[in-house]
Write a protein that binds this ligand. Sequence first.
Ligand code: SF4
Length: 474
Amino acid sequence: MILPALTEAESPFWRPIKYSLFPPLGLATLAAYLSPDDEIDLQDQHVEVLNLDDEPDLVIIQVYITNAYRSYKIADHYRKKGAYVLLGGLHVTSLPDEAMPHADTIFLGPGEETFPQFLKDFKANQAKPIYFSAKRSLDTIPKIRRDLIKRHLYLVPNSIVVTRGCPHHCDFCYKDAFFEGGKSFYTQKVDDALAEIDRLPGKHLYFLDDHLLGNSKFATGLFEGMKGMNRVFQAAATIDSILRGNLIEKAAEAGLRSLFVGFETFSPENLKQSNKKQNLKKDYKAAVQRLHSLGIMINGSFVFGLDDDDKDVFKRTVDWGVENGITTSTYHILTPYPGTRLFQQMEQEDRILTRNWDLYDTRQVVYKTTKLTATELKEGYDWAYKEFYNWSNIFKASLTHPSAKHKLKHFLYSGGWKKFEPLWNFLIKTKNLNNMLPLLEAILSKVKLEKGVKGTEFQPAHKLQINKNKSCLK
Ligand code: SF4
Protein backbone atom coordinates (compact mmCIF):
# COMPACT_ATOMS: atom_id res chain seq x y z
CA MET A 1 0.00 0.00 0.00
CA ILE A 2 1.62 3.22 -1.12
CA LEU A 3 0.98 6.91 -0.57
CA PRO A 4 3.28 8.65 -3.10
CA ALA A 5 4.57 12.08 -2.06
CA LEU A 6 2.69 15.12 -3.28
CA THR A 7 4.79 17.04 -5.82
CA GLU A 8 4.84 20.18 -3.68
CA ALA A 9 6.31 18.15 -0.83
CA GLU A 10 9.56 18.07 -2.77
CA SER A 11 9.65 21.65 -4.03
CA PRO A 12 12.41 23.98 -2.79
CA PHE A 13 9.74 25.62 -0.65
CA TRP A 14 8.88 22.30 0.94
CA ARG A 15 8.39 22.55 4.66
CA PRO A 16 9.02 18.92 5.59
CA ILE A 17 7.09 19.30 8.85
CA LYS A 18 3.88 20.02 6.91
CA TYR A 19 4.08 16.60 5.28
CA SER A 20 5.14 14.70 8.40
CA LEU A 21 2.02 15.46 10.39
CA PHE A 22 -0.46 12.67 9.67
CA PRO A 23 -0.05 9.01 8.75
CA PRO A 24 -1.94 7.50 5.75
CA LEU A 25 -5.10 6.67 7.63
CA GLY A 26 -7.17 5.80 4.54
CA LEU A 27 -4.79 3.01 3.53
CA ALA A 28 -4.57 1.72 7.12
CA THR A 29 -8.39 1.63 7.13
CA LEU A 30 -8.50 -0.47 3.95
CA ALA A 31 -5.73 -2.72 5.28
CA ALA A 32 -8.13 -3.80 8.02
CA TYR A 33 -10.11 -5.78 5.42
CA LEU A 34 -7.09 -7.90 4.48
CA SER A 35 -6.52 -11.17 6.23
CA PRO A 36 -4.23 -11.17 9.30
CA ASP A 37 -2.10 -13.69 7.37
CA ASP A 38 -1.48 -11.29 4.48
CA GLU A 39 1.91 -9.65 4.52
CA ILE A 40 1.35 -5.89 4.19
CA ASP A 41 3.89 -3.11 3.74
CA LEU A 42 2.34 0.35 4.13
CA GLN A 43 4.70 2.99 2.70
CA ASP A 44 4.34 6.77 2.87
CA GLN A 45 6.79 8.59 0.62
CA HIS A 46 6.42 11.79 2.64
CA VAL A 47 8.37 10.26 5.51
CA GLU A 48 10.40 7.39 4.01
CA VAL A 49 12.19 6.30 0.84
CA LEU A 50 9.92 3.96 -1.09
CA ASN A 51 11.06 0.40 -1.57
CA LEU A 52 9.93 -0.44 -5.09
CA ASP A 53 12.16 -3.49 -5.48
CA ASP A 54 9.74 -5.90 -3.86
CA GLU A 55 7.52 -8.41 -5.68
CA PRO A 56 4.02 -7.96 -4.26
CA ASP A 57 0.90 -9.71 -5.59
CA LEU A 58 -1.22 -6.62 -5.10
CA VAL A 59 -0.27 -2.91 -5.07
CA ILE A 60 -2.74 -0.30 -3.80
CA ILE A 61 -1.91 3.34 -4.49
CA GLN A 62 -3.73 6.38 -3.11
CA VAL A 63 -3.88 9.10 -5.74
CA TYR A 64 -4.26 12.82 -5.04
CA ILE A 65 -4.09 15.45 -7.77
CA THR A 66 -0.46 16.50 -7.17
CA ASN A 67 0.88 12.98 -6.77
CA ALA A 68 -1.05 11.65 -9.79
CA TYR A 69 1.87 11.51 -12.27
CA ARG A 70 4.12 9.95 -9.65
CA SER A 71 1.40 7.43 -8.78
CA TYR A 72 1.01 6.45 -12.43
CA LYS A 73 4.79 5.89 -12.76
CA ILE A 74 4.83 3.65 -9.70
CA ALA A 75 1.76 1.81 -11.00
CA ASP A 76 3.37 1.25 -14.42
CA HIS A 77 6.57 0.03 -12.73
CA TYR A 78 4.71 -2.63 -10.73
CA ARG A 79 2.49 -3.71 -13.60
CA LYS A 80 5.62 -4.34 -15.70
CA LYS A 81 6.78 -6.63 -12.90
CA GLY A 82 3.49 -8.55 -13.05
CA ALA A 83 1.85 -7.16 -9.90
CA TYR A 84 -1.87 -6.40 -9.85
CA VAL A 85 -2.36 -2.66 -9.37
CA LEU A 86 -5.34 -0.91 -7.80
CA LEU A 87 -5.62 2.88 -7.92
CA GLY A 88 -8.10 4.85 -5.84
CA GLY A 89 -8.61 8.22 -4.18
CA LEU A 90 -9.88 11.69 -4.99
CA HIS A 91 -8.12 12.15 -8.31
CA VAL A 92 -9.00 8.72 -9.68
CA THR A 93 -12.65 9.36 -8.83
CA SER A 94 -12.53 12.72 -10.59
CA LEU A 95 -10.71 11.48 -13.71
CA PRO A 96 -11.21 7.72 -14.09
CA ASP A 97 -10.33 7.74 -17.80
CA GLU A 98 -6.93 9.23 -17.03
CA ALA A 99 -6.14 6.69 -14.30
CA MET A 100 -7.51 3.60 -16.04
CA PRO A 101 -4.57 2.88 -18.40
CA HIS A 102 -2.24 2.68 -15.37
CA ALA A 103 -4.27 0.22 -13.31
CA ASP A 104 -5.85 -3.22 -13.36
CA THR A 105 -8.64 -1.92 -11.15
CA ILE A 106 -9.74 1.58 -10.20
CA PHE A 107 -11.87 2.55 -7.25
CA LEU A 108 -14.39 5.37 -7.52
CA GLY A 109 -15.53 7.01 -4.30
CA PRO A 110 -14.91 5.71 -0.79
CA GLY A 111 -13.69 2.13 -0.46
CA GLU A 112 -15.21 0.80 2.77
CA GLU A 113 -18.05 -1.08 1.04
CA THR A 114 -16.34 -1.97 -2.23
CA PHE A 115 -12.91 -3.06 -1.02
CA PRO A 116 -14.14 -6.25 0.73
CA GLN A 117 -15.98 -7.18 -2.49
CA PHE A 118 -12.86 -6.51 -4.55
CA LEU A 119 -10.80 -8.77 -2.26
CA LYS A 120 -13.26 -11.63 -2.71
CA ASP A 121 -13.18 -11.15 -6.49
CA PHE A 122 -9.39 -10.79 -6.54
CA LYS A 123 -8.88 -14.04 -4.66
CA ALA A 124 -11.20 -15.76 -7.13
CA ASN A 125 -9.30 -14.21 -10.06
CA GLN A 126 -12.43 -12.30 -11.04
CA ALA A 127 -11.59 -8.72 -10.06
CA LYS A 128 -13.43 -6.12 -12.13
CA PRO A 129 -11.78 -3.09 -13.77
CA ILE A 130 -13.97 -0.58 -11.91
CA TYR A 131 -15.55 -0.60 -8.47
CA PHE A 132 -18.03 2.14 -7.73
CA SER A 133 -19.26 2.79 -4.22
CA ALA A 134 -23.04 3.30 -4.21
CA LYS A 135 -23.97 1.98 -0.76
CA ARG A 136 -22.17 3.82 2.01
CA SER A 137 -22.00 3.08 5.68
CA LEU A 138 -19.41 3.02 8.43
CA ASP A 139 -21.40 0.59 10.55
CA THR A 140 -19.25 -2.47 9.94
CA ILE A 141 -15.72 -1.13 9.46
CA PRO A 142 -13.12 -3.29 11.21
CA LYS A 143 -10.42 -1.88 13.50
CA ILE A 144 -7.98 0.33 11.58
CA ARG A 145 -4.61 -1.41 11.16
CA ARG A 146 -2.68 1.19 13.15
CA ASP A 147 0.04 -1.38 13.74
CA LEU A 148 1.13 -0.74 10.12
CA ILE A 149 1.72 2.97 10.84
CA LYS A 150 5.28 3.99 11.72
CA ARG A 151 4.15 6.26 14.54
CA HIS A 152 7.56 7.68 15.37
CA LEU A 153 7.80 9.33 11.93
CA TYR A 154 4.78 11.59 12.49
CA LEU A 155 4.10 14.55 14.74
CA VAL A 156 0.41 13.61 15.01
CA PRO A 157 0.10 9.82 14.82
CA ASN A 158 -3.25 9.94 16.61
CA SER A 159 -5.18 11.28 13.65
CA ILE A 160 -8.70 9.93 13.43
CA VAL A 161 -11.74 10.21 11.14
CA VAL A 162 -15.18 9.40 12.50
CA THR A 163 -17.37 10.81 9.69
CA ARG A 164 -17.13 10.94 5.92
CA GLY A 165 -17.81 13.97 3.75
CA CYS A 166 -19.66 17.14 4.70
CA PRO A 167 -23.29 18.32 4.59
CA HIS A 168 -22.40 21.42 2.53
CA HIS A 169 -21.72 21.84 -1.18
CA CYS A 170 -19.11 24.51 -1.89
CA ASP A 171 -18.32 24.73 -5.60
CA PHE A 172 -14.53 24.60 -5.19
CA CYS A 173 -14.54 21.58 -2.88
CA TYR A 174 -13.50 18.11 -4.07
CA LYS A 175 -16.14 16.57 -1.79
CA ASP A 176 -19.15 16.38 -4.11
CA ALA A 177 -17.13 14.77 -6.90
CA PHE A 178 -15.78 12.09 -4.57
CA PHE A 179 -19.13 11.23 -3.03
CA GLU A 180 -21.26 11.56 -6.18
CA GLY A 181 -23.83 8.78 -6.61
CA GLY A 182 -24.37 8.08 -2.91
CA LYS A 183 -24.56 9.67 0.51
CA SER A 184 -22.17 12.58 0.79
CA PHE A 185 -22.16 12.85 4.58
CA TYR A 186 -22.38 10.00 7.07
CA THR A 187 -20.99 9.11 10.45
CA GLN A 188 -19.72 6.18 12.47
CA LYS A 189 -21.80 4.93 15.37
CA VAL A 190 -20.92 6.99 18.45
CA ASP A 191 -19.85 3.90 20.40
CA ASP A 192 -17.53 2.76 17.59
CA ALA A 193 -15.94 6.21 17.41
CA LEU A 194 -15.43 6.24 21.19
CA ALA A 195 -13.93 2.74 21.08
CA GLU A 196 -11.45 3.88 18.40
CA ILE A 197 -10.49 6.89 20.54
CA ASP A 198 -10.01 4.61 23.52
CA ARG A 199 -7.54 2.50 21.56
CA LEU A 200 -5.30 5.50 20.87
CA PRO A 201 -2.42 6.03 23.32
CA GLY A 202 -1.57 9.40 24.94
CA LYS A 203 -3.79 12.47 25.20
CA HIS A 204 -3.73 14.23 21.87
CA LEU A 205 -6.11 13.55 18.96
CA TYR A 206 -6.49 15.22 15.59
CA PHE A 207 -9.88 14.71 13.94
CA LEU A 208 -9.36 14.93 10.18
CA ASP A 209 -13.09 15.03 9.46
CA ASP A 210 -14.13 17.77 7.04
CA HIS A 211 -16.73 18.98 9.52
CA LEU A 212 -16.76 17.32 12.94
CA LEU A 213 -19.82 19.32 14.01
CA GLY A 214 -21.74 18.50 10.82
CA ASN A 215 -24.23 16.13 12.47
CA SER A 216 -25.31 17.63 15.74
CA LYS A 217 -26.79 14.40 17.20
CA PHE A 218 -23.64 12.42 16.45
CA ALA A 219 -21.31 15.19 17.67
CA THR A 220 -23.31 15.62 20.90
CA GLY A 221 -23.02 11.88 21.63
CA LEU A 222 -19.34 11.92 20.78
CA PHE A 223 -18.53 14.89 23.02
CA GLU A 224 -20.65 13.53 25.88
CA GLY A 225 -18.77 10.24 25.63
CA MET A 226 -15.39 11.97 25.50
CA LYS A 227 -15.97 13.91 28.71
CA GLY A 228 -13.71 12.41 31.35
CA MET A 229 -11.45 10.71 28.77
CA ASN A 230 -8.82 13.37 29.48
CA ARG A 231 -8.14 14.12 25.82
CA VAL A 232 -7.12 17.29 24.05
CA PHE A 233 -8.09 17.49 20.40
CA GLN A 234 -8.04 19.53 17.23
CA ALA A 235 -10.71 19.44 14.53
CA ALA A 236 -12.45 21.37 11.71
CA ALA A 237 -15.92 22.94 11.58
CA THR A 238 -17.91 25.64 9.81
CA ILE A 239 -18.77 29.13 11.05
CA ASP A 240 -22.49 28.43 11.22
CA SER A 241 -21.94 25.38 13.44
CA ILE A 242 -19.87 27.50 15.82
CA LEU A 243 -22.58 30.12 16.08
CA ARG A 244 -25.53 27.71 16.33
CA GLY A 245 -26.78 26.12 19.61
CA ASN A 246 -24.26 25.04 22.22
CA LEU A 247 -22.39 22.25 20.40
CA ILE A 248 -19.14 24.16 20.48
CA GLU A 249 -19.32 24.43 24.29
CA LYS A 250 -19.77 20.65 24.45
CA ALA A 251 -16.76 20.22 22.17
CA ALA A 252 -14.66 22.47 24.40
CA GLU A 253 -15.73 20.52 27.48
CA ALA A 254 -14.70 17.29 25.73
CA GLY A 255 -11.22 18.71 25.05
CA LEU A 256 -11.39 20.78 21.83
CA ARG A 257 -8.44 23.19 21.94
CA SER A 258 -7.90 24.25 18.34
CA LEU A 259 -10.27 24.47 15.37
CA PHE A 260 -9.74 24.76 11.60
CA VAL A 261 -12.39 27.19 10.33
CA GLY A 262 -13.16 27.85 6.65
CA PHE A 263 -13.67 31.64 6.59
CA GLU A 264 -12.46 31.56 2.93
CA THR A 265 -13.59 35.07 1.95
CA PHE A 266 -15.23 38.17 3.41
CA SER A 267 -17.07 39.05 0.21
CA PRO A 268 -20.75 38.04 -0.05
CA GLU A 269 -20.32 38.01 -3.85
CA ASN A 270 -17.51 35.49 -3.55
CA LEU A 271 -19.52 33.37 -1.14
CA LYS A 272 -22.46 33.32 -3.56
CA GLN A 273 -20.15 32.52 -6.47
CA SER A 274 -18.75 29.56 -4.50
CA ASN A 275 -22.12 28.34 -3.23
CA LYS A 276 -20.72 28.68 0.28
CA LYS A 277 -24.14 29.54 1.64
CA GLN A 278 -23.35 28.49 5.18
CA ASN A 279 -20.99 31.49 5.55
CA LEU A 280 -23.37 34.06 4.07
CA LYS A 281 -24.55 36.71 6.51
CA LYS A 282 -22.64 35.04 9.34
CA ASP A 283 -20.75 37.23 11.76
CA TYR A 284 -17.16 36.02 11.49
CA LYS A 285 -16.07 38.11 14.45
CA ALA A 286 -18.79 36.61 16.66
CA ALA A 287 -17.59 33.10 15.74
CA VAL A 288 -14.01 34.07 16.60
CA GLN A 289 -15.09 35.65 19.86
CA ARG A 290 -17.06 32.58 20.83
CA LEU A 291 -14.12 30.24 20.17
CA HIS A 292 -11.73 32.46 22.07
CA SER A 293 -14.16 32.71 24.98
CA LEU A 294 -13.85 28.92 25.24
CA GLY A 295 -10.04 29.00 25.01
CA ILE A 296 -10.05 27.43 21.53
CA MET A 297 -7.26 28.49 19.16
CA ILE A 298 -8.19 29.09 15.52
CA ASN A 299 -6.59 27.98 12.27
CA GLY A 300 -8.33 30.17 9.70
CA SER A 301 -8.57 29.08 6.07
CA PHE A 302 -8.73 31.82 3.40
CA VAL A 303 -8.98 31.60 -0.40
CA PHE A 304 -7.53 34.27 -2.70
CA GLY A 305 -8.52 34.77 -6.33
CA LEU A 306 -12.30 34.49 -6.30
CA ASP A 307 -13.80 36.81 -8.89
CA ASP A 308 -14.70 39.61 -6.47
CA ASP A 309 -11.16 39.81 -5.01
CA ASP A 310 -9.20 42.98 -5.74
CA LYS A 311 -5.66 44.12 -4.95
CA ASP A 312 -6.56 44.99 -1.36
CA VAL A 313 -7.80 41.55 -0.44
CA PHE A 314 -4.41 40.34 0.83
CA LYS A 315 -3.85 43.19 3.28
CA ARG A 316 -7.48 43.15 4.44
CA THR A 317 -7.32 39.42 5.14
CA VAL A 318 -3.98 39.50 6.96
CA ASP A 319 -4.97 42.54 9.04
CA TRP A 320 -8.26 40.94 10.01
CA GLY A 321 -6.51 37.74 11.09
CA VAL A 322 -4.00 39.63 13.23
CA GLU A 323 -6.58 41.98 14.75
CA ASN A 324 -8.85 39.07 15.63
CA GLY A 325 -6.16 36.89 17.16
CA ILE A 326 -6.31 34.06 14.59
CA THR A 327 -3.53 31.70 15.70
CA THR A 328 -2.54 30.25 12.33
CA SER A 329 -3.74 31.11 8.84
CA THR A 330 -3.84 28.81 5.86
CA TYR A 331 -4.02 30.75 2.60
CA HIS A 332 -4.86 29.17 -0.75
CA ILE A 333 -4.91 30.39 -4.30
CA LEU A 334 -8.28 29.37 -5.73
CA THR A 335 -7.80 26.05 -7.52
CA PRO A 336 -10.42 24.49 -9.79
CA TYR A 337 -9.98 20.79 -9.08
CA PRO A 338 -11.22 18.56 -11.90
CA GLY A 339 -14.60 17.08 -11.04
CA THR A 340 -15.77 20.16 -9.14
CA ARG A 341 -18.49 22.56 -10.27
CA LEU A 342 -15.87 25.29 -10.27
CA PHE A 343 -13.79 23.38 -12.82
CA GLN A 344 -16.83 22.72 -15.04
CA GLN A 345 -17.78 26.37 -14.95
CA MET A 346 -14.27 27.60 -15.71
CA GLU A 347 -13.93 25.06 -18.50
CA GLN A 348 -17.15 26.33 -20.09
CA GLU A 349 -15.82 29.87 -19.86
CA ASP A 350 -12.46 28.76 -21.30
CA ARG A 351 -10.62 29.93 -18.17
CA ILE A 352 -8.51 26.83 -17.45
CA LEU A 353 -4.90 27.73 -18.29
CA THR A 354 -3.19 24.38 -17.72
CA ARG A 355 -3.98 20.74 -17.09
CA ASN A 356 -0.60 20.04 -15.57
CA TRP A 357 -1.95 18.62 -12.29
CA ASP A 358 1.40 19.14 -10.55
CA LEU A 359 0.56 22.85 -10.53
CA TYR A 360 -2.79 22.32 -8.78
CA ASP A 361 -1.28 22.71 -5.32
CA THR A 362 -3.18 25.91 -4.33
CA ARG A 363 0.06 27.90 -4.59
CA GLN A 364 -0.08 28.55 -8.34
CA VAL A 365 -2.53 30.36 -10.59
CA VAL A 366 -3.95 27.81 -13.03
CA TYR A 367 -6.94 29.77 -14.38
CA LYS A 368 -7.72 33.12 -16.01
CA THR A 369 -8.31 35.65 -13.25
CA THR A 370 -10.73 38.61 -13.38
CA LYS A 371 -10.02 41.69 -11.21
CA LEU A 372 -6.47 40.59 -10.31
CA THR A 373 -3.74 39.61 -12.72
CA ALA A 374 -2.12 36.20 -12.23
CA THR A 375 1.08 37.91 -11.04
CA GLU A 376 -0.78 40.09 -8.54
CA LEU A 377 -2.53 37.03 -7.20
CA LYS A 378 0.62 34.96 -6.80
CA GLU A 379 2.62 37.85 -5.30
CA GLY A 380 -0.24 38.80 -2.99
CA TYR A 381 -0.55 35.22 -1.78
CA ASP A 382 3.20 34.96 -1.05
CA TRP A 383 3.13 38.35 0.68
CA ALA A 384 0.18 37.35 2.88
CA TYR A 385 2.02 34.33 4.28
CA LYS A 386 5.17 36.33 5.00
CA GLU A 387 3.24 39.20 6.54
CA PHE A 388 0.94 37.14 8.77
CA TYR A 389 3.86 35.14 10.13
CA ASN A 390 6.33 37.95 10.79
CA TRP A 391 7.32 38.14 14.46
CA SER A 392 5.67 41.48 14.99
CA ASN A 393 2.28 40.20 13.77
CA ILE A 394 2.58 36.93 15.70
CA PHE A 395 3.22 39.02 18.79
CA LYS A 396 0.41 41.46 18.04
CA ALA A 397 -2.12 38.67 17.40
CA SER A 398 -1.08 36.89 20.63
CA LEU A 399 -1.75 40.03 22.65
CA THR A 400 -5.40 40.17 21.56
CA HIS A 401 -6.30 37.41 24.06
CA PRO A 402 -7.33 38.48 27.54
CA SER A 403 -5.68 35.68 29.52
CA ALA A 404 -1.89 35.42 29.89
CA LYS A 405 -1.99 31.68 29.22
CA HIS A 406 -3.92 32.08 25.96
CA LYS A 407 -1.45 34.78 24.84
CA LEU A 408 1.46 32.44 25.51
CA LYS A 409 -0.20 29.44 23.87
CA HIS A 410 -0.91 31.50 20.77
CA PHE A 411 2.66 32.78 20.61
CA LEU A 412 4.23 29.33 21.03
CA TYR A 413 1.86 27.57 18.64
CA SER A 414 2.10 30.11 15.83
CA GLY A 415 5.82 30.83 16.26
CA GLY A 416 6.67 27.17 16.76
CA TRP A 417 4.78 26.14 13.64
CA LYS A 418 6.33 28.67 11.27
CA LYS A 419 9.58 29.90 12.78
CA PHE A 420 11.51 26.83 13.86
CA GLU A 421 12.10 25.09 10.55
CA PRO A 422 15.67 23.97 11.30
CA LEU A 423 14.50 22.35 14.54
CA TRP A 424 11.66 20.52 12.78
CA ASN A 425 14.05 19.37 10.05
CA PHE A 426 16.50 18.11 12.66
CA LEU A 427 13.75 16.18 14.47
CA ILE A 428 12.54 14.66 11.21
CA LYS A 429 16.06 13.63 10.15
CA THR A 430 16.82 12.08 13.52
CA LYS A 431 13.38 10.41 13.58
CA ASN A 432 12.50 12.15 16.84
CA LEU A 433 9.45 14.07 15.67
CA ASN A 434 7.06 12.13 17.85
CA ASN A 435 9.00 13.23 20.94
CA MET A 436 7.51 16.70 20.49
CA LEU A 437 4.03 15.44 21.25
CA PRO A 438 4.15 16.20 25.01
CA LEU A 439 5.03 19.81 24.17
CA LEU A 440 2.12 20.02 21.72
CA GLU A 441 -0.17 18.57 24.39
CA ALA A 442 1.07 21.16 26.88
CA ILE A 443 0.40 24.00 24.43
CA LEU A 444 -3.08 22.60 23.85
CA SER A 445 -3.86 22.38 27.57
CA LYS A 446 -6.96 24.10 28.89
CA VAL A 447 -7.06 27.86 29.36
CA LYS A 448 -8.81 28.72 32.61
CA LEU A 449 -10.74 31.81 31.73
CA GLU A 450 -10.86 34.48 34.34
CA LYS A 451 -14.38 35.64 35.13
CA GLY A 452 -15.04 39.22 34.33
CA VAL A 453 -11.97 39.66 32.15
CA LYS A 454 -13.03 41.74 29.21
CA GLY A 455 -13.43 39.66 26.09
CA THR A 456 -13.83 36.27 27.74
CA GLU A 457 -17.60 36.22 27.78
CA PHE A 458 -19.21 35.29 24.52
CA GLN A 459 -22.08 37.43 23.38
CA PRO A 460 -24.61 35.62 21.19
CA ALA A 461 -24.70 36.94 17.64
CA HIS A 462 -28.11 38.54 18.05
CA LYS A 463 -26.72 40.81 20.77
CA LEU A 464 -23.89 42.04 18.61
CA GLN A 465 -24.23 44.72 16.05
CA ILE A 466 -24.30 42.94 12.73
CA ASN A 467 -24.52 44.70 9.42
CA LYS A 468 -26.06 41.91 7.40
CA ASN A 469 -25.61 43.57 4.07
CA LYS A 470 -21.89 44.09 4.36
CA SER A 471 -19.09 41.65 4.47
CA CYS A 472 -18.00 40.57 7.93
CA LEU A 473 -14.65 42.29 7.45
CA LYS A 474 -16.32 45.64 7.30
S1 SF4 B 1 -17.76 23.27 4.11
FE1 SF4 B 1 -15.63 22.62 3.63
S2 SF4 B 1 -15.72 20.39 3.41
FE2 SF4 B 1 -17.82 21.14 3.31
S3 SF4 B 1 -18.24 21.36 1.12
FE3 SF4 B 1 -17.53 23.35 1.87
S4 SF4 B 1 -15.29 23.39 1.54
FE4 SF4 B 1 -16.01 21.23 1.36
